[in-house]
Design a binder for this molecule. Structure first.
Ligand code: GUN
Ligand code: FE
Length: 457
């Protein structure tokens, strides 16, 4: 049945356009598409047959916002979340990750893990995720089916790797191409748009030139999304240059892997020319602040990347990132942005002044509204799905989370309410949002909707 929600609503329209409806409504048709959203319910409803809608009233402690978008998460790695985070990237991959991912040849094991992964990301409010599976076609299809069954919007990629990884996990060129084609065929049987395949070369180190080009061609032939890693750690970048005698972005561009449906995770150390190239191709970046910190990869200056016209979303990058929650990624992105400001500006008496270029004096860290944009519309843009989701514009699908701010087991919310009475409605809503972002967690996510359907969490 068509629905109307009435109450406090927010979404973003761009990095710096944060829109709140304090006395808002959002109308959704029976196919889960948004008909209209705004403050002017009276004039809109006067033109409608309201009896056709179920009307749901939010309480003053609740608000609706777009669902979170996780632009980069490794589903199999959830099985080792929290482990080995005292190592740099290449050691962590060899010691922990490749042996674990090898176990996903076992479909029963994969089924067990993937069921939990989708359940947990949905519980965290992730209505759209771009998942890395493993090298295994069949278990990665299990992940795709699990997302579909639980009602999550997702891009799901069979990982490709044919060199510079341990023999027990390596594919041949022929296997990787054949299995990728079979994987795409497997999707056709699912007959859905909710979950789509995404071409997934693991990274330039683990795919030779021939495989990268073949994957670029397959993506092109089927008009598919592409995901991979770029410029995450200095040792990795040096290895890429040693192998290809080119810059990292150029390696992908030569293989036609930089398209307007490509998302590149990390991008911590991208040079200006590389950012320009990525921008000119319409490719995007998944900012993974938790993982960049945990593996000591570096500080990614997303504002620098955004300024050069590259689309940016957030990624948990589990399990190099230690949290499944994009609400946590929002906080981590703000932390990194503040730390960058310190690096650029902090001057301790008696020490030399920071050396940054003069433009860094104007550097302003990401604020919570901009971070919410990255976590929602920015992510949908980065995954080239913003025509479908990311905010509450008419014609998009209703992918949303209902936040209930009465549930703060560790914080006395009532004490806040007692001195909050005389504030404007807009100020009160913005304060509820801040409460959720800064001290809330998934316990505040009362309901999750994907394409208008309330999913079970
Ligand atoms: N680079 C190649 N593979 C991986 C991975 O699994 N995680 C991260 N963070 N970086 C990678
Ligand atoms: Fe990753």
């Amino acid at each position: 049945m068509a629905k109307i929600f009435r109450g406090q609503i927010l979404h973003t329209k761009s990095l710096n356009e944060f829109e709140v409806f304090t006395n808002g409504f959002i109308a959704i048709n029976s196919n889960g598409k948004i008909i209209s959203c705004g403050n002017n319910y009276e004039s809109w409803s006067a033109t409608q047959n309201i009896n056709e809608f179920e009307i749901i009233y939010l309480t003053p402690d609740q608000f609706l916002m777009p669902g979170f978008v996780d632009c980069h998460i490794h589903a199999p790695q959830v099985a080792q979340i929290g482990l080995g985070l005292d190592m740099p990237l290449l050691d962590w991959l060899n010691t922990y990750t490749f042996p674990l991912e090898t176990k996903f040849a076992d479909k029963e094991f994969a089924q067990k893990v993937y069921k939990q992964v989708v359940k947990t990301t949905l519980r965290c409010g992730t209505t759209l995720a771009s998942y890395f599976g493993t090298n295994h076609k069949d278990s990665t299809l299990i992940l795709a089916k699990e997302a579909l069954q639980q009602g999550q919007r997702a891009l799901v990629g069979k990982v490709c790797s044919n060199c510079n990884i341990p023999d027990f996990y390596k594919e041949t060129y022929e296997e990787s191409v054949k299995e990728t084609e079979a994987y795409i065929d497997g999707f056709k049987l699912l007959k859905t748009n909710l979950v789509q395949p995404i071409i997934t070369p693991r990274f330039a180190i683990s795919c030779d030139e021939k495989l990268l080009s073949a994957l670029g061609n397959i993506a092109n032939k089927h008009d598919l999304h592409i995901q991979t890693h770029i410029s995450e750690s200095v040792a990795e970048i040096e290895f890429v240059r040693e192998i290809f005698s080119k810059g990292y972005a150029e390696v992908y561009d030569s293989a036609k892997l930089l398209t307007n449906k490509t998302v590149l995770a990390h991008a911590v150390h991208l040079e200006d020319d590389e950012i320009k190239l990525i921008s000119s191709r319409g490719s995007s970046v998944a900012h993974c602040p938790a993982s960049n910190t945990m593996l000591s990869s570096g500080l990614c200056d997303v504002l620098r990347i955004l300024k050069q016209g590259v689309k940016v979303g957030l990624g948990t990058d589990v399990s190099a990132g230690n949290s499944m929650s994009i609400q946590d990624a929002i906080l981590r992105a703000m932390d990194v942005s503040h730390h960058l400001e310190f690096v650029k500006k902090q001057h301790i008496k008696g020490c030399p002044k920071p050396q940054g270029d003069p433009s860094t004096v104007d550097y302003k860290p990401l604020d919570y509204k901009q971070a919410i944009y990255l976590a929602t519309l920015g992510g949908a843009q980065a995954l080239a799905l913003d025509h479908v989701t990311g905010n509450f514009e008419a014609e998009k699908e209703f992918d949303a989370i209902l936040i209930d701010t009465t549930q703060y087991p560790l914080h006395n919310f009532d004490s806040y309410k007692t001195w909050n009475e005389d504030k404007s409605k807009e100020m009160k809503l913005l304060e509820l949002v801040q409460k959720f972002i800064y001290v809330g967690d998934e316990r505040n996510i009362a309901k999750v909707f994907v394409a208008g359907v309330q999913v079970k969490v």
